[in-house]
Design a protein around this ligand. Sequence first.
Ligand SMILES: Cc1ncc(C[n+]2csc(CCOP(=O)(O)OP(=O)(O)O)c2C)c(N)n1
Ligand SMILES: [Mg+2]
Length: 378
Amino acid sequence: MKTERSATASHAEKESGEPHQTRPRDLLQNADLLELLDQLYLARYFDVRLIKEKRRGRLRGTLYSSHNQEAILVGTLFGLRPDDWISPVHRDMPAFFLKDIRAGWDNPSRMGMSIGEVCAQVWGKATAPGRARDNWSHIGDSSKGIICSTSMLAGTIPVAAGIAYDFKLRNQDSVVLTYNGEGSTAQGVFHEAINFAAIHKLPVITIVENNQWAYGTPVELECPTKDVADRAKGYDIPGLIADGQDVLDVYDNTMWAVERARAGKGPSIIECKTFRAYGHGDHDDDRAAKYRPEDEVGEGRRRDPLAVFKQELVKRGVLSQDDASKYSPEFKNAAETTDEDFPARVVEYMKQGVEFAISSPLPDASEGTMWVFAEENR
Ligand SMILES: Cc1ncc(C[n+]2csc(CCOP(=O)(O)OP(=O)(O)O)c2C)c(N)n1
Ligand SMILES: [Mg+2]
């Protein structure tokens, strides 16, 4: 996996003409840093817990793990405002509940989904946003600024651009973050949408989670340039590169692009370099073990985002070595972790979601045609 210097400084320097002294991370307080850490634990625990639940036979459908990619979700969402919008896709399930979570994990009026709603979705219950049509990310909520995910790769970028266009027409300085895998950047619609956003200087930021693989296709068969971020050159917009294992680097790059977009200067692409921990979905784990060399997987998972951030916090004196060692899910697969590897706050929060999902009813069969045909009063 390539890890490169953040492009934040170079782009910022180019535009302002002088070196940037203060990075967005420098404005974070110790409490913010510890909250970032808890959110990383939470995203990891969500993943681990679902894998275990599936193995116990309590879940149906496919899981698309975000293990090893959590710093991208946490780092991009952390600095957003409640009125900003996002469009997550299959690899971003935790984004649905991480959006606006700083307003309070249990705050019912925050502009993100609750853990209960997201778990009910995975369990396929009537209380889920998708009401059991699907067990995964085909959900959204326009009242909370979440664009409904579709299976058509890159299909939400034009929707994001449309919403950003609306912000521009209304002189509203909100932004839209759209999440995509690197494979999705090879779609024609990616070009159309970003071209449109660049021409109209729309406040839309395309996050590319470059995990090196699109299903069984390696990145060099998806993109002709070394960096996917280079696609930005064709639109004369910034193409930033973030270390996707480093939550602070992701945060810096995102905040730089967000501030630029709020100021009316238009879209950016942020390529976050990472590595997909498992198969494409859990149905692909066995096959992935054959098409991906073991040493490549070992190298790709060498820098666990939890370990990278904990090391930084210890270095800064924000976390003691003892506290850093107290919870250690990093470098472990789901089956190797226990609840003791995670802070109680995180385990309790997820427990709430799981219990809500399990105790929720299945939808009634009479709902079968709901949302299929035009309904009255819509
Ligand atoms: C237009 C389109 N083509 C193919 C697919 C099938 N498909 C679903 S996910 C996927 C791989 C996506 O890879 P990437 O964009 O890199 O995201 P990742 O899964 O690695 O996060 C493919 C080919 C699809 N959903 N949509
Ligand atoms: Mg990929």
